[in-house]
Each structure stands twice: as C-alpha cells, then as structure tokens.
Design a binder for this molecule. Structure first.
Ligand code: ADP
Ligand code: ZN
Length: 642
C-alpha cells in the first residue's frame, strides 16, 4: 500500500519535530504515519496522503509549515467554514495563519497580501478557485513560499464521489511553481482515485502514505427499516447518546423537517440544515450545534464538509448514501477525537427507486455508468452479511490483516434496543441471522468514556463556553473535550502541571492557564455550573409540563403547541417514566388500565407493541404508552429502594 517500507528507517528521532509538536500542539507523540509524512514534506518531497477522518491530516502539513520560520505554506481547501476553523485553531496555538476568501473585505485583503509578501504567515488558506486566479498567482510569486498542501484532494478526480471542476485547475500548480513541493491529502480515495491525484497534480516520486481505512473507534450498524421503523430507530439512537453531538443525514430536504419535528416531539432539541434554507438560518443552526446549545443536527448532504467537530458521538444515516465513499465520509465525521462513536444506516427498499431515478437523469453516459457502479456497490454493502469495517476497507483496496472488527452489527449482532424496534404493521419482520448474538451486543457498553467528575466537567465546559462566546470562536477551538477531560482527571494546581496535559501547548497555557486554574479553585470552593443552559432542549417538555399543571387536556396541549396528540402523549409518557411528572389516573379509563397492567405483567415492560396487540382493540396506543410508563417508573423506584 505505502511505499514507506522501502525507505531507509531513521534511527534517531528528529528533536525539532517533537519540540514543535509539544510546544505548539501540546502533544507527546505522533499518530501513526504522521512523522514520516512530516519528515518527507520537510525535506522537500511531494506527498500523497490518504488518512481517515480524525487520523490527524492537518498536522502533517501544519507542522512542516511551522518549521520553516521565514516561509509560508499555501493550503488549498474547498470550504470557507473549514478554513476559518483551522485558522482560528492555529492562532490559538500561536501560529500565524490567515485565510483569503470572499468573506474577507477587499481592504483587509490588500493588507493581508502585503504582510504575506513580508513573510509574516506560516500558513495561508485559499479556495481552489481563488488560488488560480491571475492576480493570486502573481501575488503568490512574491510571497516566500514553502510548499502547497491540497486538502480534500479526491475532489480532483472524476472517479471520486465528490468531483469538483475547480480542482482541475490545480493541475497547473506544478508548472506555475515548479520548485515547490506539493502535498495532496484526502480521507477517502480508492486506488484509482489515488493514481488520478498523483497524475493530475504531476506529483514527482511522492511519498504515498495510505493509512488503514479502519476506524477502530467506530461501530457500524446497518438496518433495513420498514414502515415506521426508521422514525422509531432514529429517535432511539439519538436517545442513546448521553454526551456529545449527533448528526442525522436525510435523503431529502422534506425529510429534514419531518425528522426535526419527530425528535422535538420527543423532547429532543434538534436543528435542521439544507441547501434550500436561507444562509443566515443555516449559519445560525450550525452555530447552535457547534456550541452544543442544540446537540442534534438533521441535515442533507449539504451539511458537513468542513465540519471538524471532534466530539460527534453518532452519525445516523437515513436512506442509502450514493456511494461507499459518501457513507465513509459522512459516518467519518463521528468520533474524530478517537473516543467511541456509533454510525447507523437505516435504509429502506424505496431508497433504491430514488437512486435509480436520479441516475437515469444523468446525461453523460460515462458518468451514468460510474453512478450505477457506485449504486451497486452500496447495495451490496448493506445487503452483505460481512463485517462492515472490513467491507469498507476492501472497497478502498486495503488488504486487511484482520477478519472482524468485533463490534459492528454483523460481528456482534444488533443491539437489543434496536432489534426490538419493529415495523408497525403486524407482518413479521425477517428473522435475525444469529439471535444468540443479540445479548452479547446489548451488554456492550455504549460510549464508554473515561470516568471523570461530572460536575467538574460541566463547570469547565461552562467556562469554555463563555470563553468561546467572548472570543467568538467555536468551543473546541478553545479546548477539545479530550483535553478538558484530561484536566478534570489531573486537576492541576499550577501552570507547569497543566502544560503536561495533552493538547495544552505553550500558547494555550499562556492564554488560558490562569483562567483554568482559577476555575478549578472556584470549583473547589463550591461553585457549580448553571443547570439550565440547554434551554431549547428543555423547552418542549417544560412547556408541556406547565400546560399540564394548568389542567389542560392532551388535545388542548397538542393544539397549543402545534403538535400531534400522539406526540404530546409520547412526551408526557417520557416525563412520567423519568419521574418528572406524576401519572394522573384520569388519563386512562380504569378498566383499560387494568387490561394493560395484566398484559404487561405477562409480557414484560420492555416493548409496547406486544402489549398493544394483547389488549382489546379499543384501547389506544396512547393509553398503553402512559400506563406502561407509569409501571416502568414504579418498577424503577422499587428496585432503587430495595
Ligand atoms: P483529519 O483532518 O485527518 O480528519 P484532524 O487533523 O482534524 O484530522 O485531527 C483529528 C484530531 O486528532 C484533532 O482533534 C487533532 O487535534 C488530533 N490529533 C492530531 N494529531 C495528534 C497527535 N499526534 N496527538 C494527539 N492528537 C492529535
Ligand atoms: Zn465488524
């Protein structure tokens, strides 16, 4: 895969690499492959890097850029949001960097160009369109450059899943700047796409570094959904995530609205994101999600490129993606911080029709063939009973030395909470292949994140949130969750101790060291975080509770809140089960209550549907839901009292 095996292995580590790693990033060691890539680029060699999302690609070019103290690297990146985040993070580390795009005012651009000519920046980020405009090239020739780094390099290839014509222009870079090394980086590229990248960019004997496509911290679950199964599955999957963010991808714009409503009706705050939304709303929603004011974002494919939030704990894909690459890229946004995260694909038979329809619209016959090929591959992927991780690796041409990831739905079975969700009609769902594996999977702890003092974590997060707001940057740009958790565990008392923590580089300590120590002291003195900042997340239930207190009926509440009665009942049942509001006997006819309780005594309290099917037909699903919620609550308080 990689030709690094043929290179002479260095016998001594180069201290300057490690010094910079510790000084700026606050890291103690390189991740796999990073060092060899840094070394190659720093020595002037071209590189072609394929490294999965979260692998740490940015550092591969940022560190060599930092080492050239009088020079500037040009990073070509397709998205404004991504550039801004990257530059904000670099500045937080004390590395002079800027971006040049349409968001920068003309007067600022002029100043920035002058400073660049004076060699003031280590990195300049530009879009591919801008990089090759006549004016830009003329200006860049006056800047003391070190090298070019091309992010999302797969966009240059028509064989990739995200071909962008403006990338084709980059083929001219070599001729325009013959003396400068070029680094091409991507998270997903098949062998064919890799060849295309090397050829089109005219890379000269590049170091080809292809990391494994395996993402060890990700668990894949693929499930075919019928009827209402998809709705129920997405709601349950979101509820499984206790901490961190969630992305739900939907196949259509209409579905974004539906799923957002569906979640809100269950008391889960969610925001939407799609191409037909006006730009300010889109931006606002994205910011709410980035700041964790709302943890769930429901979007179309339009969302995500350039989103590098480290603590996404689940990506839920509704419907079949167009290709395995697209799937890999979307689900790849989960778990960038290396902690466990889950990826779900809830697909339906009718997705196929939608794909076929769009493919048939493609005019270019070669492009159409490629689209069909991708379509067949993704169909095979969901249909095959083979380890999901391994199948993905195979797709990218990786000869994996392992057989099973051990945690995906094929390796470990579908978890019980998920396999318990069935279609609403009485048709029997397909038998599960290996029923004895279900137990195994349900016992597997979800998201086992290192144990930390929850109150302290919340307190530090509050500090971070306020800091981020004040500086108008994203919270993770201030500190990553992993760094924050490490601080919770170590509880340092002096800046020198803080400096030992991974992610606390020199500049971060200078910027925030005292503030963090102060926050720790205030915590010891008894201060705690405000409880109610996830305001929106609580409002549907809060509002409903208030209306209940006023003595409103479910129908009235539904009307007042513009929701369906069934949704209001679902929300109230949830509140009853959590003990946040008492069960009121007037809700359900006493005889009906008795029927439901008898049935649940026989069938257990886990699933509603069997109980509903066992009681007389006139008893509504809503009644079952409420009574069962009450019974679950009672059982809980009994067990906790015992
Ligand atoms: P990619 O661009 O490949 O998706 P990033 O460059 O965003 O990945 O890095 C992913 C995460 O890993 C970031 O949070 C980054 O700070 C962290 N990271 C990168 N290299 C290291 C390292 N050597 N040690 C610890 N964390 C690292
Ligand atoms: Zn597996």
């Amino acid at each position: 895969m990689s030709d690094t095996a043929t290179l002479p292995r260095p016998t001594v580590a180069e201290p300057r690499f490690f010094d910079a790693l510790k000084r700026y990033w606050g890291y103690d060691a390189f991740r796999p492959r990073q060092e060899e890539i840094v070394r190659a680029l720093a020595s002037g060699r071209d590189v072609c890097v394929v490294m999965p999302t979260g692998g740490g690609k940015s550092l591969c070019y940022q560190l060599p850029a930092v080492l050239r103290e009088d020079r500037t690297a040009v990073v070509i990146s397709p998205l404004i949001a991504l550039m801004q985040d990257q530059v904000a993070q670099l500045r937080q580390m004390g590395i002079p960097a800027v971006f040049l795009n349409s968001a920068v005012a003309e007067s600022d651009r002029r100043e920035l160009r002058q400073k660049a000519i004076a060699g003031e920046y280590r990195l300049i980020y530009v879009s591919p369109e801008r990089a090759l405009m006549d004016g830009t090239a003329d200006w860049l020739r006056q800047v003391p450059l070190s090298f070019f780094a091309i992010d999302e390099a797969h966009c240059i290839s028509q064989w990739g899943h995200d071909f962008r014509p403006e990338y084709r222009q980059l083929a001219k870079l070599r001729a325009l700047f013959p003396g400068l090394p070029i680094a091409a980086l991507t998270a997903s590229a098949t062998r064919q796409v890799r060849h295309d990248i090397v050829r089109q960019l005219h890379l000269r004997d590049p170091l080809k570094s292809v990391s494994s496509f395996r993402r060890e911290n990700l668990r894949y679950f693929v499930r075919q959904c019928k009827g209402t199964m998809q709705d129920d599955s997405v709601a349950e999957a979101v509820k499984k995530v206790k901490d961190g963010n969630v992305i739900v991808y939907t196949p259509t714009v209409a579905r974004v609205g539906e799923v957002t409503d569906l979640l809100e009706e269950q008391g889960i705050a969610a925001v939407g994101y799609h191409g037909q939304m006006d730009a300010p709303t889109r931006r606002e929603n994205q910011e709410k999600w980035m700041s964790e004011e709302v943890r769930v974002l429901v979007g179309t494919v339009a969302f995500g490129l350039g989103i590098n939030k480290p603590n996404v704990r689940a990506v839920i894909r509704l419907g079949l993606p167009e290709s395995i690459e697209q799937l890999y890229q979307e689900t790849g946004r989960a778990g960038r911080d290396g902690l466990p995260a889950d990826c779900y694909i809830f697909w339906e038979k009718k997705d196929n029709g939608l794909h076929a329809f769009f493919i048939n619209q493609i005019g270019d016959s070669e492009e159409k063939d490629r689209a069909w090929q991708r379509y067949h591959q993704i169909q095979q992927f969901v249909g095959a009973q083979k380890c999901r991780q391994k199948e993905i690796c195979n797709h990218f041409g990786e000869l994996a030395k392992w057989d099973r990831c051990g945690v995906c739905d094929v390796c470990a079975g579908t978890p019980k909470w998920l396999s318990g969700i069935n279609q609403s009609s009485s048709r029997k769902s397909r038998p599960i292949r290996n029923p004895n594996r279900i137990l195994e999977a349900s016992e597997y702890e979800l998201n086992p994140i290192a144990e930390v003092n929850e109150e302290l974590r919340e307190f530090l997060r509050e500090w971070r949130r306020n800091t981020a707001r004040r500086k108008m940057i994203a919270a993770f740009v201030v500190l990553h969750d992993t760094t924050l958790d490490a601080i919770c565990q170590a509880q340092p008392q002096a800046v020198v101790e803080l400096r030992q923590i991974s992610g606390m580089g020199e500049k971060k300590c200078e910027l925030y060291g005292e503030e963090i120590l102060d926050a720790l002291r205030r915590f010891s003195g008894g201060e705690r975080a405000r409880k109610d900042w996830h305001l929106e997340a609580r409002s549907p239930s809060q509002e409903t509770l208030e209306l209940l207190e006023e003595g409103r009926t479910f129908c009235e509440i539904a009307q007042l809140r513009g929701r369906k009665v069934s949704s209001v009942v679902a929300l109230v049942a949830d509140l009853v089960e959590k003990g946040e509001t008492p069960f009121r006997p007037v809700w359900v006819d006493p005889i009906h209550q008795q029927h439901i309780l008898e049935a649940s005594a026989r069938l257990g309290l886990d699933l509603l549907r069997p109980i509903k099917e066992a009681v007389p037909e006139q008893i509504t699903y809503e009644s079952v839901r409420l009574v069962v919620a009450h019974a679950r609550r009672q059982k809980q308080s009994q067990t906790s009292a015992a």
